[in-house]
Design a binder for this molecule. Structure first.
Ligand SMILES: *Cc1c(COP(=O)(O)O)cnc(C)c1O
Length: 248
């Protein structure tokens, strides 16, 4: 890429990263929490590998994608651009079982596990990836809760979450159950959803005390999510800019 363009993009990303980091810190202060309790995932979907590489230069260690096809190529490209960078990739979007094998090659964590069948496919895929030397540790997983009962947006019905979590916990040599994730319903106040997710997390931790992560909050609502206990915010637009109308 042209050096001057690259430099300008670096400065842009540096400025937006400062803003987002300050927003997280300020939301933590208001909630009486430590900023160390909240990790930031930069959601690079629809943006090029060069942006992900610049974010890694800026110290961002956690990157997220929501489509397998796009992610697989980008992960390889970032590894080529920054062989030394120590980044963890997260799969955040709806995942078909036949893509589990690809995800097991590059993802450190899948946040969108929403069915027993998907958990089963990931178990097999991680075992195969470990056997093939494509990864060297289990896959961290979050169970995605459906808070609006809209199946097209992914997520497991809340009534079925314990069973899903139990099944994942039984595969602990391959999958590590880390907590819960949700996407707040569109177009309404997200606070009731974040409150509900916090109580779901509390319920889950009775049987799975290690499942402490609550992944909630995106560019528009991360401050509120942190007030309700989010430990992981997933930020695209506020870091990288708008994705345009054609993109999710
Ligand atoms: C795209 C996406 C985000 C980031 O959304 P922004 O509003 O751009 O910050 C977060 N979570 C998931 C699951 C996504 O698909």
């Amino acid at each position: 890429m042209d050096g001057a363009v690259n430099n300008q993009r670096y400065e842009e990303l540096a400025a937006s990263l400062r803003e987002v980091t300050e927003r997280v810190a300020s939301a933590c202060r208001q909630a009486g929490r430590s900023p160390d309790e909240v990790r930031l995932i930069a959601v690079t979907k629809t943006f090029p590998a060069s942006d992900a590489a610049l974010l890694a230069d800026l110290g961002v260690r956690e990157l997220g994608e929501n489509r397998v096809q796009e992610a697989a190529g980008k992960v390889d490209e970032v590894a080529r651009l920054r062989p030394e960078a120590d980044v963890r990739w997260h799969m955040l979007g709806q995942l078909q079982r036949n893509k589990a094998r690809s995800v097991a090659r590059w993802a450190a964590e899948v946040q969108s596990v929403d069915s027993l069948r998907l958990a089963g496919a990931l178990t097999k895929a991680v075992r195969a990836a470990l056997d093939a030397g494509e990864r060297d540790r289990p896959l961290d997983v979050l169970v995605q809760a459906s808070l609006d009962d809209d199946p097209s947006r992914g997520g497991c019905p809340v009534d079925d979450l314990s069973e899903l979590a139990d099944a994942i916990a039984r595969q602990s040599d391959l999958l590590h159950l880390r907590g819960v994730m949700a996407v707040a319903p569109l177009g309404v106040d997200p606070e009731p959803a974040f409150e509900r997710l916090a109580s779901i997390s509390e319920m889950l931790r009775k049987d799975h005390p290690e499942a402490t992560e609550i992944s909630a909050g995106m560019s528009g609502d991360l401050d509120k999510a942190i007030a309700y206990g989010s430990t992981c915010v997933r930020v695209g637009t506020a870091l990288l800019g708008g994705r345009g109308l054609a993109s999710p």
